[in-house]
Design a protein around this ligand. Structure first.
Ligand SMILES: NC(=O)c1ccc[n+]([C@@H]2O[C@H](COP(=O)([O-])OP(=O)(O)OC[C@H]3O[C@@H](n4cnc5c(N)ncnc54)[C@H](OP(=O)(O)O)[C@@H]3O)[C@@H](O)[C@H]2O)c1
Length: 322
């Protein structure tokens, strides 16, 4: 395993484990998945993964419970990251919710406590007052944000008066926006960009095509899995596969290796099996050449999916066909 070259109380592995899938029916993994989830966590620990990401929202607390139970006595050795869903993130609410998350996880301290998304009404000055109080009493170690623009990340940091260590954002070969400003900022200032949906929810695994789309409500709502976009993505997947062949690796591993080539980026793929977490952890060891990196950038730049408003009627039709 490799780690982010930043001074943090505990080392942060370049590949973490995302746990939205835990206890969340909308991924469609069925009731047996809960046991597998515990095995995935135990295996991740064996493989040197130290960053475990959850949120109070995932399975309405179920993900935090499953993760905490599976970590067991190893909870204190790793970076446990959770998130507040900021419905009314005023200081006293932030404090209550952190206590509840820590209780579900069974931890004395949240290593990283993140604001899940910017609140359009409540300013970060208020939210960060709560975060600062949590740090002062020792319930929270590092503060993070998620889905924040650079401007709002900087504002949150000014409001906290301390570093806001990380910004967790959608970042993958098909969503490269963070490369414009968030990643350069993280590199300049010693912060971390945590890449969520780093495999574009499995789109980049190359396992799916128009005749074999994934199941589950989450991915039925994801425009990348529209038949048209799966077809449009074929050329990109071909390039990812060619690079994978050169490394005796899988497309998913290359998709992760691409992201974490940036020193201040960590990726937190979710996993539906122990085998996947093994492969994902191994991706930390893959070094892409400059030519391979450039080929991936080029292929990613040519991918033009149907998204936004244009995709909405197609998503609704796909949903009605189920
Ligand atoms: N902050 C936020 O707003 C936010 C939003 C979304 C996610 N997140 C976090 O980020 C984490 C990851 O994002 P995500 O779950 O949306 O997407 P993801 O990590 O891109 O995709 C996860 C899915 O990809 C497939 N997969 C994983 N490893 C694979 C491998 N080695 N080979 C082939 N397929 C593989 C699995 O699905 P199948 O096997 O079923 O294909 C798995 O469930 C979440 O768990 C959550 O912690 C945060």
């Amino acid at each position: 395993m490799r780690f982010v070259p930043i001074d943090t109380p505990k080392p942060v592995s370049k590949i973490g484990l995302g746990t939205w899938q835990f206890g969340s029916k909308e991924w469609g993994y069925g009731p047996d998945y809960e046991h597998r989830a515990a095995d995935i966590v135990r295996r991740a620990l064996d493989l040197g993964i130290t960053l475990f990401d959850t949120a109070e929202l995932y399975g309405f607390g179920r993900s935090e419970r499953i993760l905490g139970a599976a970590l067991g006595d190893d909870r204190d050795k790793v970076v446990v990251a959770s998130k507040i869903f900021p419905v009314l993130p005023v200081a006293p609410v932030v404090q209550q919710r952190a206590v509840a998350s820590a209780a579900r996880l069974g931890v004395r301290r949240l290593d990283l406590y993140q604001v899940h998304q910017p609140n359009p009404v409540v300013a970060d000055t208020t939210t960060m007052r709560g975060m600062r109080a949590l740090q002062d009493v020792g319930l929270v170690d590092e503060v993070g944000v998620s889905n924040y623009s650079l401007r709002r990340w900087e504002f949150a940091e000014a409001a906290l008066g301390r570093r806001v260590l990380s910004n967790q954002v959608r970042y993958s070969l098909v969503d490269r926006g963070p490369e414009d400003d968030l990643i350069p900022y993280a590199e300049r200032t010693g912060r971390i960009v945590i890449a969520y949906s780093p495999l574009a929810q499995g789109f980049l695994s190359g396992r799916y095509d128009a005749t074999h789309p994934p199941s589950g409500a989450v991915r039925r709502a994801n425009p990348y899995f529209l038949p048209e976009n799966l077809a449009r993505g074929a050329a990109l997947i071909d390039t990812v596969r060619q690079v994978a062949d050169a490394h005796d690796a899988t497309p998913s591993q290359i998709a992760l290796a691409y992201l974490i080539r940036h020193p201040n980026v960590v990726a937190i793929p979710g996993a539906s099996s122990v085998e996947q977490v093994e492969r994902n952890a191994a991706a930390a060891e893959i070094d892409l050449t400059d030519d391979q990196y450039a080929a991936l950038v080029d292929a990613a730049g040519r991918f033009r999916p149907v998204t936004g408003l244009a995709a909405a009627p197609k998503l609704i039709r796909a949903r009605l066909r189920k």
